[in-house]
Design a protein around this ligand. Sequence first.
Ligand code: ADP
Ligand code: ASP
Ligand code: MG
Length: 866
Amino acid sequence: METQQTGWVVLKFGGTSVSRRNRWDTIGRLAGKRLREDGRRVLVVVSALSGVTNELQAIAYAPAGDDGGIPARFAGLVERHRTFCAELGLDPDTVLGERLATLVALETDPRAAVRALDWQAEVLGQGELLSSTLGAAYLSSQGHDFGWCDAREWLDAVSLPNASEWAQRLSVNCRHHAEPGFVERFSAQPTRMLITQGFIARHGDGGTAILGRGGSDTSAAYFGALLKAQRVEIWTDVPGMFSANPREVPDARLLARLDYAEAQEIATTGAKVLHPRSIAPCRDAGVPMAILDTERFDLPGTRIDASAATVPGVKAISRRNGIVLVSMESIGMWQQVGFLADVFERFKRHGLSIDLIGSSETNVTVSLDPSENLVNSNVLEALSADLAEVCRVKVIAPCAAITLVGRGMRSLLHRLSDIWAAFGRERVHLISQSSNDLNLTFVIDEADADGLLPHLHHELIRSGAMPVRDDSVFGPSWREIADGKPQRAAPWWQAQRPRLLAMAAAGTPRYVYDLATVRERARALIGTAAVDRCFYAMKANSHPAVLRAVVGEGFGLECVSLAEIERVFQAIPHMAPERVLFTPSFAPRHEYEAALKRGVIVTLDNVEALKRWPETFRGRTLWLRLDLGHGEGHHEKVRTGGVAAKFGLPLARFDAFVDEARKLGARISGLHAHLGSGIDDPQHWRGVYASLAGLADSVGTIETIDIGGGLPVAYTPEAREFDLGAWRAGLDEIKAAYPRYGLIVEPGRYLVAESGVLLLSVTQVVEKDGVRRIGCDAGMNALMRPAMYEAYHGIHNLSRLDDADNAAFDVVGPVCESSDVLGRARLLPKATEEGDTILVADAGAYGMAMANSYNLRALPVEEVLG
Ligand code: ADP
Ligand code: ASP
Ligand code: MG
């Protein structure tokens, strides 16, 4: 790697960054600041005004002989630039007269008639020539010491072997190793600051060459490399490179720091924010890059250099559209020698560069990326005709390539099961795993890719494949940057620390529940206008005080066993039975009979029960639980719908159930579906209500629709609080559409999770092979969720809450199982020692409820506050 020698800094401003007067003021300020900082020199590289290259491309690529629209486009471009010139307070004739005359002359240029490639390049290059001319005039008018230079005098296109004529004119690479004296000659220009064009270079024949769409980034990189600049800054309309396109995935996270290889991979696989060819020149010359936002110019952005830490895990998910797949079936002999050579030779003949490859014994499928190739129908027809000589050809287009990028993709496969599952629902044409282990790509039909990325991004975070908690790489999400970071209220236990420490001193493991938190959550749900009744799913936490608190707020109770029903009437002897719902799974007959005798509402979810136990259900009023065919939720093990789930009557048997019930004179008065737990999408429930309401109409006796629970809790530091407002709005809307049914919800976790903490005592602190572990007096025996669902719970050393000298520890329990781990790599005080009190947060739901005495360890005790 060469050492940096010069004081040049290169700043590149994209289309949106040069299309407003205030942005040019920012450009002037930023350039001036760089100049003053260390007496550097500044080169500003600019794109065309936004949208201008699209117009020029429409002119350049219009089919020969079809001039409709071209004169109007030229006129529009002249008007646009004259207007902007006036907005900048400049005289259009003086500043742009000559340039606009050159632009307009291209319309009648003799080469225009045949759409000659060199003419196309001249046309395309006009946008940057205009914007840089405007910019130089404006910046000078504002008192900045700026000169203008023609990029074509400094950037030379190189012709690569086998490149098509098109690529050699309209998608060129440039020399980026400077000839001796380059820096001196460039630096001899009189002004300390210079402005030049992105996107254009000098062709070997002296004409204009184009760097390909988005190529201004690459112009800046070439200048950076040639000038051995201190830094290349890419100023655009987003504050950095994100883990996905932030416009498509609002939860995409800023990638604060990347090395060249990962940045290269993310750019190549579709992150438009950086042109894929811009990284190699900077990497080769050892020039660091930064991606920054012209509008939010004080944010730190993304830094790309050689010293970024290499953190394993998925960093980004990107998507490329317009991918063309060419599938080639061998017609000769199986594994015929030279088949691939024959096939690839034909791509070479047409100057087409191949991106992905999938192969089997008789088929080879390859993809062509439109940003690297001219893939119009003429080219594809000619290619297909040639290929037909050696194989059967099928062209599949348009496709989308969805790529996961990150270090060590192969070692992450076990975390990607939900990603595979998501693709399992689509038609995947090709899967490709790069040999550098940096990417994994799925090619599907373009139409199928819409809406998929936010879901996949979410799954990557949830599964831990994208290590978003590593703040050496990941910054805030786009949503947080745009809307401000949501302020989460401090958890209740912080204010109760002395009391909790005293309770821990009385013995651990110990669950402590804060009833005020339970009541607060209960009130938020009870106050939902569209909801007619709320039931608390008591399996989450059946502590009598918790039951009394929620019932006191107006909730009914949902039970899944006879013992739970009995607990209800013990805790609240005067509870009205119709406020109790019994929704068991595979319960024995006598439990249904006892429940019916009690007068509580009974839900069934299969026809077999009706058939085998007719006397139990004859003449009764029942609710029916349905499986709507799919499950949702935070983990495979909590999804309670779909073929793999044991719950619910499948829709195909709905009529059979209704008939059977009729025969017994049983009345179906309620329909219920509960598809899973921890569902983030606030719109999920309105969909459930709509499906059930549609069915209810066909039964005739339905009064009530129960859309289940499943409201999520923000367990992880990066999770957002559930958007109760959006949830309510969705329910309001759907209730207005089907007002005749009573709407019921039955959350469990949402009411109690945050109300509970588990207090533990540290038994031992041990380091083994570089891993530090804090051992506690209970683990998976007291709190099963991490072992069972890989669930995350915040873990804190309550004895040393303010100690900021932290190290990463695994927090483990005393049970003889490898899965007895409450949390991995948690930052906890280095000084943690035997006897300290550890607090496991958000443990009020499915904590004590699932605790067990495995290894003959005692169950935790429970205590209630307020
Ligand atoms: P400019 O005109 O400044 O060159 P571009 O439109 O070429 O800007 O690139 C910026 C755009 O790239 C953003 O507005 C964003 O929509 C898109 N983009 C796609 N993927 C990513 C990503 N992973 N991170 C950031 N931006 C991305
Ligand atoms: N103006 C060119 C384009 O729109 C180059 C660039 O903006 O990077 O493709
Ligand atoms: Mg760009």
